[in-house]
Write a protein that binds this ligand. Sequence first.
Ligand code: JD8
Length: 252
Amino acid sequence: MRVDVITIFPDYFGPLELSLIGKARGTGILDLEVHDLRTWTSDVHRTVDDTPYGGGPGMVMRPEPWGQALDAVGAGTLVVPSPVGKPFTQADAHELAALDHLIFACGRYEGIDQRVIDDAASRMPVREVSLGDYVLFGGEVAVIVIMEAVTRLLPGVLGNADSLTEESHAAGLLEAPVYTKPAAWRDREVPDILRSGDHGRIARWRRDQSLLRTAARRPDMMASYPPSSLDKADRKALDDGGFQITPPGVAE
Ligand code: JD8
C-alpha cells in the first residue's frame, strides 16, 4: 500500500517508524511518505494560512499549496480528518486497508479552504472522517490513529491474522477481561474458570463477559448487535446481569 501524508508538522510522524508500522515499511508492505506542505509555497515566509472570508476567529489554510501538493502526490483516496467528518470505524479501516493508494491531508488552524476538498473530489474519492466528538489541534494525531488501525489489517503485518477475526469491534462486542501470571496479585485472584483448562466453560465465561460489558458500557453496540446472534445462553447471561434484551420475534 502506498500512503502519502501532507502536513505542516512532518515530525509528528516519527512514531510511524516504530513497532509494527515501522516493520511494515521495512518489509515493503507499506510505502509511506510524509510531505511538508510548505514545500509547495513560493513566498519567503512559506505562508500556508490566511484570514477567513466572512471574518471570524483564527486562520484558514490557503488553497494554492494544497492544490499543488495534491497534484504532486497523484490520485488515490483522499482521507481528510475533520471534526465535521463521518465517525471513523473498524469497517472504514477494513475498507481503506483494501485500497492501493491513500493520501492523508492534515489540516490545522480553523481548517482547509473548502475548495481544496471540492477540487480533489472532482478527480478522486474523498473521505472526511472524525475520530470522535472532541476537538483536536489538527489532523496529525488522527492520521496516526487511522494508519495504525489500517496497517494492522494489511496482510503480513500481524503475526497471526486469526486474532483479527476474534477481536471485539470486528465481532460487534467488547472484549472480555484478560489475565496473565501470577495467579494471585495484590490479593486479587485470576478467575478460577480461566485456570480450569475447560475450554468450553472458558469460552462461555468470555462470551458472557463480552455481552455484559457491551450491554453495560456500549448500549449502542448492543442495540445494533443482531438479535439472531444471541442464543439462549447469551440471553440468560444478559438477563442474569439485569439487562433486558428483546426476546426473538418481538418488535424492538
Ligand atoms: C482536523 C484543524 C482544529 C477544528 C477549530 C480547533 C478529527 N475528532 C476530531 N476532533 N478534532 C479533529 C480535527 C481538528 C482540526 C483539524 C481534525 C484541522 N483542526 C480546528 C475546528 C475548530 N480548530 C478531529 N479527525
